[in-house]
Design a binder for this molecule. Structure first.
Ligand SMILES: [Fe+2]
Length: 391
């Protein structure tokens, strides 16, 4: 019978640990403190799993559960965890029951490539990456090119706009530069009008030298634009990173509207790098420009409430990596967001607009289970007229 209490208590305990992990990683706290909390949480969540068999072994026939019950403090925490497991289960059921794919959104399928097979070479470097590559189901060196269609009333009939989103490259040296060059080659084949790079580009300073070979060949008919993310703070000064990105033809989108003319109409682009880099606070509402397509590039989906005041038609976000590891049935557990795993990845309705949160391409730990790296291909089209839809 102990297990009937122990299992939900353990689930609740892991849920509490991931709750704190996710929220602290959504802040702009210094990396040292976030990493320290991460280690405490990882050890803390693993402790009961390790402690239980050890304790049973040491104590012989004495029940671990009985030992816990003997201490009022441990017993209180045990039952708190049981209650937490019920809370997490209810909120999870509520979330999956209330989620609706936006009506303007259409998933047209994915092409997944194995980059190591394509390039006929091993792409992982360093002890961590070489170890993780053997983890069963690790998809860190694959790339999923996901094809989406979005209906937007502001797109004229017969026109379309092709947008590619690349985010969370996390250039660390653990995944070879050839992987990113292959990715860019495939993006160029799709011939996008615009490319958006939405942050977490470079983790390690020595990878700054990779920037020209990755981003200079990247082609976009109208333009390519970028914002930075939290991991880009590891490059000091960050102006060096921005300078190198701009030298490849990328344009920074920050605290003011950038008006961009396309064959499908005028775009009003804005960027948000909060809470890690200032700039977005200065953005003012766009007066009298109701016809232009308002697009936001934001590293974190946590800026969703800030975004609502500007009436964006489309929001492109990254940062959460889709959780990187997705459990069967339950999905992701770890997601650096104040909303937990709610905006881990996928399309979400935001007022009359739409937010897409990308799974991103990589991470500082190259592991992905049931969460392949994503390059998003978005084709914006006019909605089908009702008369044609009926026919
Ligand atoms: Fe990231």
């Amino acid at each position: 019978m102990d297990w009937l209490v122990w299992i939900p208590a353990f689930v609740g305990h892991v849920g509490i640990c991931s709750f704190f992990f996710n929220r602290t990683h959504a802040t702009a706290w210094p990396q040292f403190w976030r990493k320290l909390i991460e280690k405490i949480v990882v050890l803390g969540s693993a402790f009961p799993l390790l402690a239980l068999p050890i304790w049973l072994w040491i104590s012989g026939s004495v029940s671990f559960f009985a030992q816990v019950q003997a201490s009022w403090l441990l017993a209180a925490y045990l039952w708190f965890c049981v209650a937490a497991s019920v809370f997490f289960l209810v909120t999870w059921l509520w979330r999956i029951n209330h989620y609706r794919v936006p009506q303007t959104w259409q998933n047209r399928g994915s092409e997944v490539i194995d980059a190591e097979r394509e390039l006929k070479t091993r792409l992982t470097h360093g002890l961590l990456a070489q170890t993780l590559r053997w983890f069963p189901g690790n998809e860190a060196t694959k790339i999923s090119f996901d094809d989406y269609r979005i209906s937007l009333r502001k797109i004229p009939q017969g026109s379309q706009l092709k947008i590619c989103q690349i985010t969370d490259l996390h250039l660390t040296g653990q995944i070879d530069v050839a992987y990113f060059r292959l990715l860019v080659e495939r993006v160029n084949r799709w011939q996008p009008d615009l490319v958006f790079v939405t942050g977490d580009i470079v983790d390690e300073p020595h990878c700054l030298d990779w920037i020209p070979s990755i981003f200079e060949p990247l082609r976009a008919k109208v333009g390519k634009y970028y914002i930075l993310g939290n991991h880009d703070r590891r490059i000091r000064p960050e102006s060096e990173l921005r300078k190198r990105l701009v030298a490849t033809g990328l344009t920074r989108v920050a605290g003011e509207w950038l008006m961009v003319d396309t064959e499908a109409g005028t775009l009003a682009l804005a960027g948000n790098e909060l809470p890690w880099f200032a700039g977005a606070e200065a953005l003012q509402p766009l007066p009298g420009q109701t016809d232009c397509i308002r697009i936001l590039l934001t590293h974190s989906p946590d800026q969703i409430e800030w975004a609502k005041q500007f009436g964006f038609d489309l929001i492109f976000a990254g940062h959460t990596h889709g959780g990187q590891i997705r459990l069967p049935i339950f999905g992701p557990m770890i997601c650096p967001s104040r909303y937990g795993v709610r905006y881990a990845s996928g399309p979400f309705q935001v007022g009359s607009g739409l937010m897409h949160v990308s799974r991103g391409i990589s991470g500082d730990r190259p592991i992905r289970i049931k969460c392949p790296p994503e390059v998003g291909f978005f084709t914006l089209v006019s909605p089908v007229p009702e008369s044609q839809a009926d026919g």
